[in-house]
Design a protein around this ligand. Structure first.
Ligand code: ADP
Length: 288
């Protein structure tokens, strides 16, 4: 089942002359963990907004082509219906927090939807459990750490039971440990709860162990899409991406020769094991 189907999407913001997105065609299968990457201004946020229906419903502007999420064509559906399928965690997630306590924050969207009180209590409990914030119900949102605020923003959208979770640059304000923990959480939501994840990320080494797809944008167009390995191979031969290639892949591509090829490393453990094996077999060859 295809969860997100984008067909020849082009978009221009109001009062802008340049297209922010141009001829984007992309299918993200249900249960994928898709990573949007690319330099600043390449269109990542705009694409997130198009998946969430804010483009064009909130921003206006000129859109051509189609975006379908689940069974909804975004141009033909209301933003509230789209929000029941797509949960959006914005780049500035703190601005998404609108109430005083953790519990109130997660309840807020449900109350607005007219969900019954007993059902709200159940959904809030479940959502807080999913993000590891159980027991913090009465805590003031202002007293939470950056990582906890991020988790709370995620819980608030999860409570409404979307099947797709879109996160725009969620690690930009987190320290390295918080960023790793966030990816562990997203992977858990993807694997255990079957959520389709779409995440904007600059630091591909963070996303590499978890992603099923990388989508590289450049100037509003898809430069390359595919498995992480396919996209990293492509980035490896383009000079402009040398600075954003994960260290692991710099090492892999730097060491590989016509007769020496490594597998598609996604963790340092895999790399270390294969390199160790390689060194040991060379030593065994020498001493034979
Ligand atoms: P990214 O997320 O990759 O940094 P964006 O989607 O934010 O890229 O921006 C894509 C293009 O759209 C850029 O040229 C940017 O200047 C333009 N843009 C973004 N938001 C707006 C807006 N609200 N109004 C007009 N142009 C915008």
């Amino acid at each position: 089942m295809s969860e997100i189907v984008i067909d020849d999407l082009s978009y221009t913001y109001p009062k802008s002359v340049e297209q922010a997105l141009e001829g984007i065609s992309l299918t993200i299968e249900s249960g994928s963990f898709a990573v949007l990457t690319g330099f600043n201004g390449s269109g990542k946020t705009t694409l997130c907004m198009a998946i969430a229906g804010a483009v064009p419903h909130y921003f206006g502007g000129a859109m051509a082509g189609n975006v379908t999420v689940g069974s909804l064509k975004t141009t033909e559906s209301g933003i509230c219906d789209i929000a029941n399928t797509v949960g959006l965690v914005m780049q500035d997630y703190e601005s998404q927090l609108v109430t005083l306590t953790v519990e109130e924050e997660v309840s807020f969207g449900l109350e607005n939807r007219g969900v019954e009180c007993s059902e709200i209590a159940r959904l809030v409990k479940e959502a807080l459990q999913m993000v590891g914030l159980s027991g913090k119900e009465r805590q003031h949102t202002a007293a939470l750490s950056g990582g906890q605020k991020q988790r709370l923003a995620i819980a608030s959208v999860l409570a409404t039971k979307p099947s797709i979770l879109v996160l725009d640059d969620p690690t930009s304000a987190l320290d390295p440990e918080g960023a790793c923990e966030l990816y562990e959480l997203l992977y858990q939501l993807n694997q255990d709860h079957g959520l389709t994840i779409v995440v904007v990320e600059h630091d591909l080494s963070l996303a590499l162990p978890y992603a099923s797809n990388f989508i590289l944008l450049e100037n509003g167009r898809i430069e390359k899409k595919g498995t992480p390995a396919e996209v990293l191979q492509y980035m490896g031969i383009k000079q402009q991406y040398a600075c954003v290639l994960p260290e692991l892949w710099k090492l892999k591509l730097g060491l590989e020769t016509d007769s020496l090829c490594f597998s598609d490393w996604s963790t340092s453990e895999e790399a270390a094991n294969e390199l160790l094996h390689c060194v040991r077999s060379k030593e065994a060859e020498k001493s034979a």
